[in-house]
Unconditional design. Structure first.
Length: 402
């Protein structure tokens, strides 16, 4: 990246744009993480995180890692080598979680789904109903598959578990959903929800955030034949976290930033933040429609409100669109991963964004698409988004002068 007067337009689904208030909150001298004062920062952060996950019990861990570390922590603290788990794979992130589970020694009952679809509720219900011996110890669901822009119905997974009266733990990957999409851990009976700092929390990468229910904590205590763990151990964390400290050096700057980002989320109102994501995503989808392009997500029920993966027409290489956007228009879009490489480009629309920023990226995408040979009418997508945003605006158009 070269130094320019204008900030590059960052529209990848993480890291997301860091608000100035968050960036400035991290621009402080290094601090003493064992001081008597430090818990005044950390204890409220732990409590406030519970509100973002909408938990009814349990606790939140903050690891100095990326989201992948929180994935690993969820598994190694609750399951034993050889345990059977139910998982589904329909994009690069759900694929990597399956890969991790296998490498850690779990026996994965796998639903391999078409990319562009999500967690297969009927199959899950079927498999759980048949598992009368309760061999399945945990059910995994990727809430928002970032590679394909697919959201799945976590309440539906809970229903499948309840219908089968199945006691398995429910693990959810919420890395690209928590703080942006509805996440109701308590109501949905989610036992471990994985997140990270660089998506909905609008921070740099470096925190693995893991919310766990009381049931998961109990599973951790009663576990036989445990998996080896050290850095990601819950036991070590609990001992020190209760007093506001950590078993090793926490990412102090990032936790300051997290405080600021939580303040911003609560100032806007978590539900308003979620509604804003739906609104901005709807504008993007209106543009995609107007361009005559299709999303990778096969049906509206899979549409993600944090990222759209857009298929380029046959004969066009999505990599060229990405490169053109980057070099010509100073705009970073998400690349196509694995099976959809070259076929899709992604617009990340989560975090600190508003209509004007979405309009900007759509404008740049229109040019990049046209430059690469996609027959786009300039103004078609941006116009459709403008139409949608102005028609559904909730703020008054005019205000009387004070
Ligand atoms: C980004 C992401 C991850 C990986 O998180 P890292 O912070 O890169 O380790 C996992 N799952 C989903 C759904 C993601 O979007």
């Amino acid at each position: 990246m070269t130094t320019t007067m204008v900030k590059p337009h960052l529209f990848i689904p993480g890291p997301t744009n860091v608000p100035d208030a968050v960036r400035m909150a991290m621009n402080i001298p290094m601090e003493d993480m064992r001081s008597a004062d430090y818990p005044k920062l950390t204890l409220p952060v732990f409590e406030d995180l519970k509100k973002v996950f909408k938990m009814k019990d349990g606790r939140v861990f903050i690891f100095p890692s990326s989201g992948t570390g929180a994935w690993e922590s969820a598994i190694t603290n609750t399951l034993a080598v050889g345990d059977k788990v139910l998982m589904s794979r329909f994009g690069q992130f759900s694929l990597l979680w399956v890969d991790m589970a296998e490498r850690l020694g779990l026996k994965v009952e796998l639903c391999d789904e078409e990319w562009g679809t999500g967690v297969p509720l009927e199959k899950y219900a079927d498999i759980l109903a048949k598992d009368t011996a309760n061999e399945i110890k945990a059910v995994f669901a990727t809430h928002n598959e970032t590679a394909t822009g697919v959201s799945s119905d976590i309440a539906g997974v809970r229903k499948a578990l309840d219908a089968a009266k199945h006691p398995a733990l429910l693990f959810v990957d919420g890395v690209s959903s928590v703080g942006s999409l509805e996440m109701r851990m308590g109501e949905w009976g989610v036992d471990a929800c994985v997140s990270g700092s660089q998506k909905g929390f609008m921070l740099p990468t470096g925190l693995g955030i893991l919310a766990v229910s009381q049931k998961a904590l109990d599973a951790n205590k009663s576990l036989n034949g445990r998996m080896n763990r050290c850095f990601f151990s819950w036991e070590d964390m609990i001992k020190t976290n209760d007093l506001g400290y950590f078993p090793y050096t926490p990412a102090t700057q990032l936790i300051r930033g997290l405080r600021a980002s939580l303040d911003l989320i609560f100032a806007e109102g978590l539900d308003n933040v979620i509604a804003r994501h739906t609104r901005l995503a709807s504008g993007v989808r209106a543009a995609v429609d107007a361009w005559g392009l299709k999303l990778c997500a096969k049906e509206p029920k899979w549409h993600s409100d944090t990222v759209s993966a857009i298929l380029v027409p046959e004969g066009i290489d999505a990599v060229n669109v990405l490169k053109t956007a980057y070099y010509r228009y100073n705009t970073s879009l998400g690349t196509g991963l694995n099976k959809v490489a070259g076929k899709v480009f992604r617009i990340g629309h989560l975090g600190a964004l508003d209509e004007g920023m979405i309009g900007g990226v759509l404008f740049n995408v229109e040019m990049a698409l046209k430059d690469c040979g996609v027959p786009i009418k300039f103004g078609s997508g941006t116009g459709a988004a403008a139409e949608y945003f102005s028609k559904t605006a909730t703020k008054p158009a005019l205000q009387s002068a004070a």
